[in-house]
Design a protein around this ligand. Structure first.
Ligand code: TXA
Ligand code: MG
Length: 331
């Protein structure tokens, strides 16, 4: 008998059944990552309300920057608790959920979903999948799951558990094998945060089907001067109101300090406010804290946010990418 473990000793593949789904839910609630099948592709799931779990997803995928993630819900009502629906969202959800459609909607101010899942944006991508294993898992763990496609960054999306094992095997606590994904391409992503709906990514629901429901769609490329394909670049990311001063070794007058590591920058006691991304110097913890700390320091009343150097290893690359963009001159 050839099993996944023999071929790939680090992979933790189990057939999805009642018992393994309960175990997967237990792992997710404990902050671990679980890969699971959806009707489109396999997702790399983590508790969307747990900053560290969401940071772990970026770490496992090796993403060089924080692209926002899709958050999965057991039903539209659970999604409504996190984002603001309008009439277009109501009709799309009624027609295509559960199914391969993702809606980008404004976050509710009281949303409990990690800011890192939104990559610091004021919007959130939400979806109700239509796969029995995904639905059973969402019901069992009782919380929203952030889940990008379960492949290493830049690789092809996985449509079997074996693809996941080969790409991410040792990086996940468990891989639920639910067979081949029936749709096989990712969900359609529609941005409903603006006056006209914009197709960000073609996918399992066609543009014709969408237009039939809500009228003409714009395309992201047509809307953006630079015609960039990545939504992460198209949409103006949250940038702090305050200017950022990077690689700060000391704190100057009227500065708040975003610290990293055990030793605060010189003069930290004079800072208007100090928050540490990770006292232990742990990059996963730092990523988990990045957006919430930036927002808090932005509201501190200081004139500038001084940011201590963050190493570029692992998630440090994405953290530095985000900090550099936040520090760039404003348009
Ligand atoms: O079919 C799918 O959608 C799969 C399964 C697992 O559900 N998930 C998936 O996720 O493909 P991912 O992370 O590989 O792709 C998410 C896409 C990206 O293009 C991302 O930029 C976009 O959705 N996206 C997510 N949140 C967004 C937001 N707030 N604003 C704009 N685009 C967003
Ligand atoms: Mg992907």
């Amino acid at each position: 008998m050839v099993d996944e473990h023999a071929r790939n000793p680090t992979a933790n593949v189990v057939t999805a059944d009642d018992d393994s789904i309960v175990e997967a839910a237990r792992l997710l609630i404990a902050g671990e990552l679980v890969a699971f099948p959806t009707e489109t592709v396999y997702g790399l799931g983590g508790d969307a309300t747990n900053d560290r779990a969401v940071a772990g997803i970026f770490d496992a995928k090796g993403r060089p920057r924080f692209n926002p993630l899709i958050v999965h819900f057991p039903g539209a009502d659970a999604a409504r608790a996190q984002v603001v629906f309008d009439r277009r969202a109501d009709s799309l959800a009624a027609r295509f959920w559960p199914g391969p459609l993702t809606l980008v909607l404004p976050r509710r101010p009281d949303s409990t979903v990690s800011l890192l899942a939104s990559a610091g944006l004021d919007s959130l991508a939400v979806r109700v999948p239509n796969h029995p294993v995904a639905r059973a898992l969402l019901a069992a763990c009782g919380r929203p799951l952030a889940a990008p496609s379960a492949n290493a960054s830049g690789k092809i999306s996985p449509t079997t558990a074996e693809h996941v094992a080969r790409s991410l095997g040792s990086r996940v606590a468990l891989i639920l094998d639910g067979g081949r994904c029936p749709v096989g391409i990712e969900s359609t992503v529609v941005d409903l945060t603006g006056a006209s709906p914009v197709l960000l990514r073609p996918g399992g629901v066609t543009a014709e089907e969408l237009e039939d429901a809500i009228g003409p769609l714009g395309t992201a490329a047509a809307d953006a001067a630079g015609a960039l394909k990545s939504p992460g670049l198209l949409i103006s990311h949250y940038a702090p109101d305050l200017p950022l001063r990077l690689d700060a070794r000391e704190v100057r007058a009227n500065e708040a300090l975003l610290a990293f590591g055990p030793t605060p920058a010189a003069g930290a006691e004079r800072a208007a406010a100090v928050l540490n991304l990770s006292r232990r110097g742990d990059l996963i913890e730092a990523a988990a804290n990045l957006f919430s700390h930036l927002r808090a320091l932005d509201a501190s009343g200081a004139a500038t946010i001084a940011v201590m150097p963050v190493p570029r290893a692992g998630l440090g690359e994405a953290i530095n990418d985000r900090l550099e963009r936040a520090a760039a001159p404003r348009p």
